[in-house]
Design a protein around this ligand. Structure first.
Ligand code: BGC
Length: 933
């Protein structure tokens, strides 16, 4: 009571300060008083970081109950939200006044601060909604209304599209010049807002009055185009002017029309691959009237300076062919052709859910040099995905050819053999008119090195840049420790992710592949969710997966599915259908992903069930433990070959278990029961077929042991036997891993689970082949496809299969965050609402620390060893609780804020478990000191 009075007094004092400021409007006075008020009367609790569908102020949503999330901030320990209130209006000033609301949730007594569904009146197509939230906490504090945030709806009905699809005749092949389209329009009234809705078959780049629409690249991105084509929405208010205006749009083949996959295999579902544009501009004037400018038969088309553009081949530009001024209103397009306009049914046209691809890091040359073969090379020091930007002067008709490579060969020469048939080349023909800036528009490359041909005069390093491209996901995680090689490994894992999260999760960015390989994605998804916020990225891709899944439930090797119909149903690859939805649920705590994917998860499990005999799934082709260890000239069976059907049975069980987990979370009781019975039978069938009478497995490989242990395939009495076999096997290879894609992610986690973290550390710190640090020692800047992309004798692996930018083996990242630094979510209360911090000290590391930005705020966990102390620092965000495992054998040796742990209000000691003392606590920063004596 008394406390509330003080608060009231504080607030009225603050109000008086504000009215004084208003009265005197003195800037210095304002700053002084504002600072003072912040210091002296800082809010006990604040709300910040408002997200709608995981994005800050998204525009173009088609979800009618968008999910709202926010963060609580406060200085006190143990803050828990006790209630919230949300208000939403389609007018920002009404919102602040609390009038004309489309939704007022009223005060809801709940701790939920993430994924709260909008539940107000019906949201309208194209409308913008402003929202605020206010919270109450368990200490009796209430926040002010948060700063307003907004979201804007996309077009909710196919009939909202008034635009027509326009294309250019003749169609041309994938080698034809890129079409471009233009139209003009007039504005005579004052504009309030202008919004563009745009998509294309092929890729587009749009301009209004010469200025680019949005900052995204490779739009509209890559989906299973026939059934799902995303459109984008951009606020273009500042681009429009009174008087004459011009719209110009270029199209490129992109994923829609470039040959993809190997050989001539091409998904035949789309017969007609004509590039086409759908463009709708809605202008709202200050007087409330509106105008719609749409793509239709009045638009004109031509070609321009992009002579050819393909994903694998690269781009050819001839600056002499540029139609000068075509993006501006006064351009005379009388020589341009009319377009073909078609009013198609737009049911496959959907709003964008994931973050768009944007330009990120810009690298300048580390060095430029000539090779022995005389090539001029630019080295950017980092293997990545993106393209070059080069500034040059030259004569009209001069041709500059830029080739891309990941690596130099052992003699130091430019090496492109591992790109296979991908030409990966930019060819620029200059206009000769002053400084020219060269950069591709509709393609990308995987590269660290450029070879430059045709440049006259000195090539100055400052004229060369490499620009990285990837989906604009928020970085969320960091990890570092006292071992610089591990830190480099962490950086390489992150670059593997940046290089391969380009609208879809690709296997590699450089050779004639760059496809959404499902196995690679499932292997890496948990690590990915530490490094970046990947919820929307995967949620969008999983929708394509459900759509591309065959009628019988089989899942294609790659999503979007662009291969032939037999390329599906491989164990470990197709299980992506259950693994990623479950992982996203754990990492982000949003049940909607399980609801959305549940039918697809079930169809995959049923596919395996339908192909099983007596609950044993032992049919069909499987990729197996891809790229496992095979020593050169293996004559004595040292290659780590795992029986593919043993793998299949383990993943059959795993997917069934994940389906049961999902069914439980979604309260589908009869499915829980049905699939639990099935799971028992799957395990019995495994034991009968793959466990020998003496308790061994038919495949004596690390991968076989790991899968059996990780997926709980073994009767209890076999477990210690198999654990010992695993350890013996690792020792037998001189403490080396021998796992391929399938086994690698489970290696260190299984060792830790069975009490062998010391061995996990030894494997992680191993730096001879095969190991994680072997490539690091050889100067890798990304994760390699093969453990020995460069062999110990310095020669390269077979170029038919040797990418230097494949993220799969980066799956160790999960163990680094969750075990070395110890950051975990409780699986029953996922999404880090309940945090578990359980670090595992070892590997001669003297410190390790990690952080993870969650919906609730940043979690930090770090430890440091000095001669006689261990210091463990943790930070737990508001509105969460945490269970902390402090590495100590005796509670009396631990202090926090110079006090012992017993009888504290801010934490509860649960007890001792093995080498840990366990405490439960709420939000705040804690520093534990464990004295060794
Ligand atoms: C891809 C892999 C993929 C594999 C499976 C390769 O060509 O690059 O990452 O998982 O094929 O067969």
């Amino acid at each position: 009571m008394y406390y509330n009075k003080i608060l009231q007094w504080k607030r009225s004092f603050q109000d008086r300060i504000i009215s004084t400021i208003r009265r005197y409007r003195c800037a210095w006075g304002f700053l002084f008083l504002w600072g003072l008020s912040l210091n002296v009367f800082s809010q006990e609790i604040k709300v910040s970081n408002l997200l709608c569908e995981n994005q800050s102020n998204p525009i173009g949503l088609d979800i009618v109950h968008p999910a709202l999330s926010w963060q609580l901030e406060g200085n006190k320990r143990g803050i828990i939200q006790s209630a919230y209130e949300i208000r939403v209006s389609n007018d920002s000033s009404s919102l602040i006044r609390g009038n004309n609301l489309v939704w007022r949730s009223e005060k809801i007594m709940s701790g939920q601060s993430v994924h709260v569904p909008y539940s107000g009146s019906l949201l309208k197509s194209g409308a913008k909604y402003y929202w605020q939230v206010k919270v109450w906490d368990n200490h009796g504090n209430s926040s002010k209304w948060s700063m307003p945030a907004y979201w804007q709806m996309g077009l909710l009905n196919a009939s909202d599209w008034k635009a027509h699809w326009i294309s250019r005749l003749p169609n041309g092949t994938s080698e034809s010049p890129c079409p471009q389209f233009r139209n003009g329009f007039k504005v005579s009234k004052k504009i309030k807002s202008a919004t563009v809705y745009v998509t294309s078959k092929g890729l587009y780049e749009a301009f209004i009055n010469g200025r680019r629409v949005g900052e995204a690249h490779l739009t509209p991105g890559w989906t299973s185009y026939k059934k799902r084509l995303q459109y984008q929405v951009f606020d273009v208010t500042p681009l429009i002017k009174t008087g004459a205006n011009a719209i110009g749009v270029m199209l490129g083949n992109g994923w829609y029309k470039s040959p993809l996959g190997w050989g001539s295999v091409f998904n035949t579902e789309i017969k007609d691959r004509t590039l086409a544009l759908l463009f709708q501009l809605e202008i709202t004037y200050s007087d409330g009237s509106t105008d719609l400018i749409v793509s239709d038969e009045n638009w004109k088309s031509s070609t321009g300076f992009i002579m050819k553009s393909e994903i694998y081949a690269g781009e050819v530009q001839d600056a002499r062919q540029e139609k000068k001024g075509w993006l501006l209103p006064d351009y005379d397009d009388k020589d341009w052709n009319h377009v073909v306009a078609a009013a198609e049914e737009n049911s496959a046209v959907i709003a964008t859910y994931n973050e768009l691809v944007k330009e990120h890091e810009i690298f300048k040359p580390l060095k430029m040099f000539r090779t022995n073969e005389g090539d001029l090379i630019v080295d950017f020091g980092q293997n990545m995905t993106g393209y070059e930007e080069i500034k040059v002067y030259g004569k009209a008709g001069d041709t500059i050819v830029v080739s891309h490579a990941e690596i130099l060969d052992p003699e130091g020469n430019f090496y492109t053999k591992n790109l296979r048939t991908a030409k990966a080349e930019s060819r620029y023909i200059l206009s000769g008119e002053g400084e020219e800036t060269l950069k591709p528009h509709f393609t990308f490359y995987g590269f660290r090195y450029l070879r430059i041909e045709g440049i006259s005069g000195d090539a100055a390093p400052e004229n060369f840049s490499a620009i990285s491209l990837y989906s604009d996901m928020k970085p969320t995680g960091s990890f570092s420790c006292s071992n610089p090689l591990i830190n480099k490994l962490q950086q390489n894992i992150q670059w593997g992710q940046k290089s391969n999260f380009l609208d879809v999760p690709t296997d590699c960015p450089q050779r004639d592949e760059r496809l959404g390989w499902t196995g690679d994605a499932q292997v890496f998804c948990s690590t990915a969710a530490f490094n970046m916020h990947v919820y929307n990225f995967f949620a969008k891709w999983l929708k394509d997966l459900s759509i591309d899944q065959f009628k019988n439930g089989s899942v294609p090797y790659v999503i979007p599915h662009v291969l032939d119909s037999v390329s599906s149903g491989s164990t470990g690859w197709a299980d992506v259908a259950t693994i990623i939805p479950w992982q996203m649920y754990l990492s982000y705590g949003d049940k909607r992903i399980l609801e959305a994917q549940y039918p697809s998860m079930k169809r995959w499990v049923d596919y395996m069930k339908n192909r099983s005999k007596n609950d044993l799934w032992a049919t069909g082709f499987h990729i197996g433990d891809w790229l496992y260890f095979i020593p050169e000239g293996d004559y004595d069976g040292r290659a780590a070959v795992t029986n593919k059907y043993l793998i299949a049975q383990c993943f059959y069980a795993h997917s069934t278990q994940l389906l049961i987990n999902a069914a439980r979370a979604l309260e589908k009781d009869s499915d829980v029961e049905y699939y639990s019975n099935l799971l028992k039978r799957i395990k019995t069938a495994f034991a009968a077929e793959y466990i020998t009478p003496n308790g061994n497995l038919v495949s004596g490989t690390q991968t076989a042991y790991l899968l059996a242990l990780n997926f709980d395939m073994l009767p209890a009495q076999c477990v210690p036997v198999i654990v010992n076999k695993l350890i013996d096997n690792i020792n037998d290879y001189g403490i080396h891993l021998t796992t391929g894609f399938v086994g690698t992610p489970y290696l260190c986690p299984v060792l830790t689970r069975y009490g062998h973290s010391d061995m996990a550390y030894k494997l992680m710190l191993q730096d001879t082949y095969p190991s994680w640090l072997y490539p690091v020692k050889l100067g890798a800047t990304t994760i390699w496809e093969k453990w020995d992309g460069i062999k110990p004798d310095g020669s390269f692996q077979n170029p038919g299969m040797n990418s230097f930018n494949h993220y799969a083996y980066g799956a160790i990242g999960n163990w680094m965050y969750s075990t070395i630094a110890g950051i975990n979510t409780d699986t029953i209360v996922p999404g880090y609402k309940k945090v578990i911090i359980k670090p595992q000290i070892g590997g001669n590391l003297t410190f390790a620390s990690a952080s993870l930005k969650t919906y609730y705020g940043e979690i930090k966990s770090g430890w440091k060893i000095t001669s006689n102390q261990l210091v463990m620092d943790v930070e737990i965000p508001a509105n969460t609780t945490a269970t902390i495992y402090i590495p100590a054998t005796n509670i009396d040796r631990i202090t926090e804020s110079k006090q012992g742990l017993m009888n504290r209000k801010d934490m509860t000691v649960v007890g001792q478990q093995g080498d840990y003392v366990i405490v439960i606590l709420g939000s705040g920063k804690y520093s534990y000191t464990v004295n060794s004596n």
